[in-house]
Design a protein around this ligand. Structure first.
Ligand code: G16
Length: 550
């Protein structure tokens, strides 16, 4: 078949989206991320790849999400979502990078053609793409670039623009669209809200109404989905939404949101000023800019800030689910496991292991954790930054559905596990569904934040962003816990670590921001300050040396 006309249309459309000359794009931890104004050409090329990816799966829907999540407002980004609602398969990231770096429309068409040939994909076959964006000011223009690429294909590519919504809702819609059994849910934003609300009501039972919950929405799209969701549950869980300004410039993720709280280990000023946390034991929560991360916190004794991060959520969820599996008398059939990254606090890992729950450590990035979690019957995966979810395997669900309970307690446990699988987003980390999960566990346990917090004590820790001339000189191994380059650097870090009690530290280049991240933990607050400062210094010196002698 002659596709000359298609190639001409792609080339003509691509002319409106020239690649900036001075940038090399890379598909990072969560897709492409950089200043929004640099991205139109990248988004256009992602449109071409989304179509190829869909054709590869016989026309199943592929998702495209335009967001830069926790990054500053001027940044934007784009990531692809695979048919099951998961992140794009890693082998395709290189193809995305190749297309994004084509310098001219001719080069782009040639690379696209070559890719289709290499992968034996029929570019005339039907395809389907579902897309959405967050509230960033640069998003509408980027969506236009995406639509221009999709329009070049004409009728054989069907598109579904679900509008401005959260990243996890887009993942849900992709998964639900492709689910031929129709069991996962209705593939719309409303379908998501209804399904989640129904599962929440089942799980809360007669334990409501719950105490009002302040939620910091980071001035992002989570504010919209929270308000939407609230309509479905009435007073069962009254939200007190904070940082909900979507049309004001410069406020997205600024001095608020999950990343702020986790990194600074303090309340956002707006939350502190609201006074909503001043009553003892009143918990609060923060989303990030696209509502895929969740962090909780409270003021102990009405005063001292206490962080309840992704590790604390993982422990809360894993122990609760583990107890339900025991009560369901299914411990021989269903194994619950936890997946973390090197950023997990050492105390959390130790605590989970002490409860005989297996723990896996992977590299940073939900895509890595998600895959490791699939190895468990029920896999609880959370990054310390609050990004995570709980995956129920098909086998586990089948076991649950087949179980014939012999007592009312066993019956309840089985039903609650099934309802949890419906409450928790099975595609990706989701701040709203994770928040509801936390609230369900607290309600079932009869706990407040303080009881939840009591399980283990975090080792004092620090997270430092170090700006360096070139972060690409840093390479890691062993789930990012060790540096392989620059040469000799790891030995210097190891030396610094040995000087403090219970010391641990590692360094890795960020895949979403232009910086190197330093993590440190130690027995005391002053020891961890010393360690973090020493490692930061080691990194700065090495980066400066490398820049001086390229
Ligand atoms: C993204 C990823 C997360 C990752 C975070 C930081 O989060 O989805 O898995 O932990 O970036 O990654 P890095 O340290 O490589 O910059 P988000 O919320 O920004 O999508």
């Amino acid at each position: 078949v002659d596709h000359t006309q298609l190639f001409d249309r792609i080339a003509a459309a691509a002319k409106n989206y020239p690649k900036p000359a001075d940038v090399k794009f890379g598909y990072g931890t969560a897709g492409f991320r950089t200043l929004g104004k640099r991205l139109p050409s990248v988004i256009f090329s992602v449109g071409l790849l989304a179509v190829l990816r869909s054709q590869r799966f016989n026309g199943k829907a592929i998702g495209v999400m335009v967001t830069a999540s926790h990054n500053p407002e001027a940044d934007n980004g784009v990531k692809l979502v695979d048919p099951a609602g998961e992140m794009l398969e890693q082998s395709w990231e290189a193809y995305a990078t190749t297309l994004a770096n084509c310098a001219s429309p001719e080069e782009l068409v040639a690379a696209y053609k070559q890719l289709a040939e290499q992968l034996h994909i029929n570019i005339g076959a039907p395809a389907s793409v579902v897309y959405a964006a967050d509230t960033r000011p640069s998003s509408p223009e980027l969506i236009k670039a995406l639509e221009a690429a999709l329009a070049a294909f004409g009728d054989h590519v069907s598109t579904n623009n679900i509008g401005v919504t959260t990243t996890p809702i887009l993942h849900y819609v992709v998964k639900a669209t492709n689910d031929t059994t129709g069991e996962y849910g209705v593939p719309t934003i409303e379908g998501y809200q209804k399904k989640t609300a129904a599962a929440f009501k089942t799980l809360i039972g007669n334990r409501g109404p719950l105490k009002p919950l302040p939620v910091d929405c980071a001035n992002g799209v989570g504010a919209l989905s929270l308000a939407d969701f609230a309509k479905h549950i009435g007073d069962l869980l009254p939200f007190k939404p904070l940082n909900t300004q979507l049309n004001k410039e410069g406020v997205l993720n600024y001095q608020c949101g999950a990343d702020y709280v986790k990194t600074k280990q303090q309340l956002p000023p707006s939350v502190a000023e609201s006074g909503l946390l001043n009553q003892p034991d009143n918990r609060g929560a923060s989303f990030d800019g696209d509502a895929d991360r969740l962090i909780y916190y409270y003021l102990k004794g009405g005063k001292t800030f206490r962080l309840l991060d992704g590790d604390k959520i993982a422990v809360l969820a894993a122990l609760f689910i583990g107890d339900l599996v025991t009560r369901a008398k299914l411990t021989d059939k269903i194994q619950v496991g936890v997946v973390q990254t090197a950023y997990a606090n050492g105390s959390s890992t130790k605590f989970i292991k002490s409860r005989n729950i297996p723990v896996t450590c992977t590299a940073t990035g939900v895509k890595h954790l998600h895959h490791a979690a699939l190895n468990y019957d029920i896999g609880v995966y959370f990054e310390a930054n609050g990004h995570g979810t709980v995956l129920f395997s098909d086998d586990a669900l089948e076991t649950l559905k087949k179980t014939e309970p012999e007592s009312p307690d066993q019956d309840r446990a089985v039903k609650h596990l099934i309802a949890l699988s419906e409450l928790i987003n099975q595609a990706v980390g989701d701040a709203l569904s994770d928040l509801l999960l936390v609230e369900v566990v607290l309600a079932h346990r009869g706990w407040g934040a303080e009881e939840w917090d009591a399980g283990y004590e975090d080792l004092p820790n620090r997270l430092v962003k170090v700006e360096v001339p070139d972060r690409h000189i840093f390479h890691t191994t062993d789930a990012e816990r060790k540096l392989t380059s620059p040469a000799g650097l790891q030995a210097r870090i190891d030396e610094a670590v040995l000087k403090v009690e219970q010391g641990r530290s590692f360094v890795r280049p960020s895949g979403t921001e232009d910086c190197v991240r330093v993590y440190a933990e130690a027995a005391t607050s002053s020891a961890v300050d010393t360690l973090a400062a020493a490692v930061t210094d080691i990194v700065k010196t090495a980066a400066a040396e490398a820049a001086a002698h390229p």
